[in-house]
Design a protein around this ligand. Sequence first.
Ligand code: ZN
Ligand code: ZN
Length: 111
Amino acid sequence: MLCPRCKVEMIEKDYRGLKIDRCQQCKGVWLDKGELDEVLLKKMGNIIDAGSISQAPTAPKTDVAFCRRCNNHPMIPMRGAGNVEFDWCDKCEGMWFDRGELTVLHYVKDE
Ligand SMILES: [Zn+2]
Ligand SMILES: [Zn+2]
């Protein structure tokens, strides 16, 4: 699958049996529907996302991410727990986390 932002082929990595697509260029993480629950359940948010909290983008994002699974359907910027930003596809319900965002969510959920 291509990266929603960089359009380069992402690398599928196996994290304790969970196959996660990750972009080597921008270090963003793609999660298919339901994968976020597993990531949080197994407390892997900070393992998968190599970015630290300080690397999470703070400025509001202006560039739209596009879901490569749904023929480049524009994704919807959302805010989750801890005010974490991510992008969500309303067609396949996949999620896109920019570098650092999944780490933020990991620590929010841990509290
Ligand atoms: Zn990328
Ligand atoms: Zn989609």
